[in-house]
Design a protein around this ligand. Structure first.
Ligand SMILES: Nc1ncnc2c1ncn2[C@@H]1O[C@H](COP(=O)(O)OP(=O)(O)OP(=O)(O)O)[C@@H](O)[C@H]1O
Ligand SMILES: [Mg+2]
Length: 334
């Protein structure tokens, strides 16, 4: 067996600056995260980048301290290359390049979406699932096929998390999970645009329509119930289609919205009909975090997917199906 190696991973695509230290055998030694919270509204990329710069040095030191290792023990430095906000991505990339050069260790450019999936597989034990990746910036249904995570369905406009967060903020109750919590006191579901095209979904019309209901004076609890039930039903329907299409027997929920209790209930009910097992990434690893970048970096290190510093550009629109997932063929695993 190859010698165990240790990778430091840096996450900085949007609101979170994260540092993870993970071994190539899957031991998570540290997961330290700093979350930028805008005073109002959504994320301002430049302010978020400033937040990340401010916590950068402290974050590296804290992760090393928690892992109980010295910098020399690091065998590779991974960073989130995208997708994400340019100014935020550049903070993580610059730090990773500097560390890789200083320590004279390989640099690993990780896709943020692939990292959400891989940390989910690591911590839940799911082997070959259909994945629902639901977060603030992305909504996609994917599964591994012939060396890549293929995208079976995705949002045609805004992400599910973004839709529910924007609704909560506009409605004055704040982002998720607040709309879902309020929905528990809802009694009536009002019809909202239900846009599913094959395995793709669209949420922006639904968001506008839900805000219109509020303006008309409909109880906020009922609007919350209507919007959450509609969004979750659309996700469950498209996921069911992908499950039938791929004939897989596992479902994995990853990304920040995987923390939703109601969505999980709906998906579990659907999975039962297909004899499929549902795995949900635990809350600590659902939202953005450094450990997911370190672990995916470790997988890349094992399969030789390293990058030269000169080529390590950030990719704000990096899609998961651009990544060659070589590590799924290691040790005969699929
Ligand atoms: N307790 C919760 N229950 C349900 N959803 C939640 C909860 N907490 C956060 N979320 C959702 O998780 C989202 C954040 O997830 P994550 O950190 O993975 O997203 P992101 O990195 O902003 O997006 P992406 O991964 O698509 O780039 C929030 O936008 C919110 O919608
Ligand atoms: Mg994310």
């Amino acid at each position: 067996m190859a010698e165990e190696k240790i990778v430091l991973g840096i996450e900085s695509t949007a609101h979170t600056l994260g540092f993870g230290i993970v071994s190539t055998t899957g031991k998570i030694l540290a997961n330290v995260n700093y979350v930028y919270k805008p005073k109002e509204g959504g994320i301002h990329p430049r302010e978020a980048a400033q937040h990340h710069s401010m916590h950068a040095a402290r974050g590296v030191m804290e992760a090393l301290r928690r892992a109980g290792i010295s910098p020399e023990r690091i065998d590779g430095v991974a960073f989130s290359a995208g997708p994400g906000m340019g100014p935020c991505l550049r903070v993580g990339a610059t730090l990773a390049r500097a560390l890789a050069l200083k320590l004279n260790k390989p640099l690993l450019a990780v896709n943020h979406g692939v990292a959400h999936i891989e940390i989910g597989r690591l911590v839940t034990g799911a082997r070959d699932p259909v994945v629902l990746y639901i977060a603030g910036g992305n909504t996609l249904i994917t599964a591994y096929l012939d060396g890549r995570y293929r995208i079976f369905g995705e949002t045609l406009d805004i992400a599910a998390g973004n839709c529910l967060d924007a609704f909560g903020i506009e409605a004055g109750i704040g982002p998720m999970p607040n709309p879902e919590v309020k929905a528990r006191e809802g009694r009536k579901i009002h019809p909202l645009p239900y846009r599913v095209k094959g395995m793709d979904v669209s949420f922006s019309g639904l968001l506008t329509a839900a805000l219109k209901l509020l303006k008309k004076g409909i109880r906020i609890e009922d609007v919350c119930l209507s919007i959450t039930e509609t969004v979750y039903s659309m996700l469950t329907e498209t996921l069911e289609r992908a499950l039938a299409f791929t004939e897989k027997k596992e479902i994995l929920l990853v990304g920040g919205l995987a923390r939703s209790i109601r969505l999980r209930q709906m998906i579990e009910a659907m999975a039962k009909l297909h004899d499929a097992k549902v795995y949900v990434v635990p809350p600590e690893y659902a939202g953005d975090n450094g450990a997911m970048i370190a672990w995916t970096g470790a997988l890349q290190l094992l399969s030789g997917l390293v990058i030269r510093v000169e080529e390590s550009v950030v990719k704000p629109k990096f899609r998961i199906d651009e990544v060659e997932v070589k590590w799924r063929n290691l040790n005969g695993s699929k």
